[in-house]
Ligand binder design. Structure first.
Ligand code: ZN
Ligand code: FE
Length: 505
């Protein structure tokens, strides 16, 4: 909300400073598209254009803005499809799809206390190993030795954060490793360390370099996160594309069926100009990051918002719609919190007993959450993104409008659900499948219903939005989603081309 207002205010002052006015229609239009379009660069290029007019207009109008958006869309398209493509390109290419990891058959949690302890040990070991792979943390020791060190000496340890207390003097962390516990103090005066400490989450595994204080106290001099190394991503050798989708919510009254059907017609090469059709012809994969259906009994009052009130029928309808997608396109689906499978992470694939019609389609591959797949050697980490809620509510300066920022926090923690015991349920598997062990080329999630993407240390981070109009719940929360925009990823360049189907259908 606030961010939208701020963006609009900024561009209005740009217009006024440039000596123009804006009419009501144009103002309404800006409000409508804010969140979907970079308002700042749009308005700047419109101003540039009208500045060059021999006779300058008084007003910036809606038509001027719309014209500019279309021009930019076409230029971007040209850049993306610079190569000449035959109409049946993807159809004639053999699929190169591998499942690298899928938790579905590895699930074993019994819910015992022992499992729970074993789960945290596994998390600790796995992330310690990642930390030790860093040059600045490879010499880290354990807490028992650090506590034996004389006062004022330098120590370095790997630990899990079990408690965090903010005081006027600084932040106190209670930390532990497999054998011992200690207190880490981050003084307010150490601004650089303090600002890192503010972002540290409970249950996160980190490396602390400190000087030894009294009793069990360690005074932090630096906090080191596992993070991802800077790297060059793997790319496909051919110009093949994957469409990333999420949160269809079929069965909900708010499912945007008209727009989704238009999207399928685009995939079939039936709509759009030549450039649009050329791009569609390169799509070989559709990757869906969960919430295929709206489910039943997911939240109070959901029943009134359902168009299809039976879970089996929701999956039947989903299969009917997905069947319309051209048959040479491989479809990969993981579950979300609305789907029919265990609620706790890691989630096994959507259960066959509910989704038989999906299982019957050969080219649909149902995997668990999280899964890693490879498309033409490009590694994609798939997770619905349930924990993004927790990250956005506990980390300062995070917002539902920028889920890609929250996804970067997960990469820095090297964990898909770093905080235990918030809204994200975590099953006590004896092996922690939620640790991000291998660095992906693309990290794809959904759940937040906000299409947003960016790059972090060479990784393409995409939240693929939704196909559901704003729900009552989102309205209450003040969250404005941007459904109906699809990111198409060129696997040869990892360039993203978003297509807005709300303005086309
Ligand atoms: Zn959803
Ligand atoms: Fe969701």
């Amino acid at each position: 909300m606030l961010e939208h207002d701020k963006n609009i205010r900024n561009v209005i002052s740009l217009i006024i400073e440039a000596g123009y006015q804006i009419d009501k229609e144009a103002f309404e239009f800006l409000k409508e598209i804010s969140g979907r379009v970079d308002l700042n660069s749009l308005v700047k290029s419109v101003i540039e254009e009208v500045d060059a007019f021999p006779e300058k207009p008084l007003f910036i109008t809606r038509e001027m803005l719309e014209k500019k958006i279309n021009e930019e869309r076409i230029t971007a398209m040209h850049e993306l499809t610079g190569k000449t493509i035959q109409r049946l390109y993807a159809k004639n290419i053999e699929a190169d799809f591998k499942v690298i990891s899928d938790p579905t058959d590895k699930i074993s949690a019994t819910g015992s206390l022992e499992d729970c302890i074993e789960y945290f040990r596994s998390r600790f070991r796995k992330i310690s190993r990642i930390l030790r792979g860093r040059t600045d943390a490879k010499d880290a020791g354990n807490l028992v030795d650090a506590l034996k060190a004389p006062e004022n000496s330098k120590v370095k340890i790997i630990c899990m954060v079990v408690d965090k207390r903010e005081t006027r003097r600084g932040i106190f962390f209670r930390v532990e490793d497999l054998e011992a516990q200690a207190t880490v103090f981050v003084p307010l005066e150490r601004q650089d360390v303090y600002s890192k400490a503010q972002l540290i989450l409970l249950d996160q595994v980190i490396c602390v370099s400190a000087s030894r204080g009294k009793n069990d106290l360690l005074i932090a001099e630096d906090l080191i996160l596992p993070d991802v190394p800077l790297k060059k991503p793997n790319k496909s050798s051919i110009p093949i594309c994957a469409v990333l989708l999420s949160d269809l919510h079929i069965g909900s009254k708010m499912f945007m069926e008209k727009e989704f059907r238009y999207f399928i017609r685009w995939l079939r090469g039936e709509v759009g100009g030549n450039i649009f059709r050329d791009l569609a012809a390169r799509v070989k994969y559709l990757v869906i990051a969960g919430d295929i259906v709206d489910g039943v009994g997911i939240y109070p009052q959901q029943f009134e918002e359902l168009k299809i009130k039976d879970l089996y029928k929701q999956y039947e309808e989903a299969a009917k719609i997905l069947e319309e997608i051209p048959d040479y396109i491989e479809i990969i689906i993981i579950p979300g919190n609305h789907d029919a499978t265990r609620r706790a992470l890691p989630q096994p694939a959507i259960l066959r007993e509910y989704a038989e019609p999906l299982y019957e389609l050969d080219r649909i591959h149902l995997l668990g959450d999280p899964s890693v797949i490879s498309l033409h050697d490009v590694r994609i980490l798939l997770s619905h993104g349930r924990s993004l809620d927790d990250i956005i509510s506990s980390v300062p300066n995070m917002s539902f409008q920028a889920p890609d920022e929250a996804m970067k926090i997960l990469l820095q923690c090297r964990h898909l659900a770093p905080i235990y015991g918030m809204r994200t349920l975590i099953a006590s598997e004896r092996v922690d499948h939620l640790v991000i062990e291998d660095v992906p080329d693309i990290f794809h999630a959904g759940h937040v219903h906000m299409m947003k993407y960016s790059t972090y240390r060479g990784i393409l981070v995409v939240n693929s939005g939704a196909w559901q109009k704003q729900t009552e719940y989102q309205k209450e929360m003040g969250h404005i989603p941007n459904p109906g925009i699809v990111p198409v990823v060129d696997l040869q360049t990892l360039q993203v081309f978003p297509i807005d189907f709300t303005s086309m259908a």
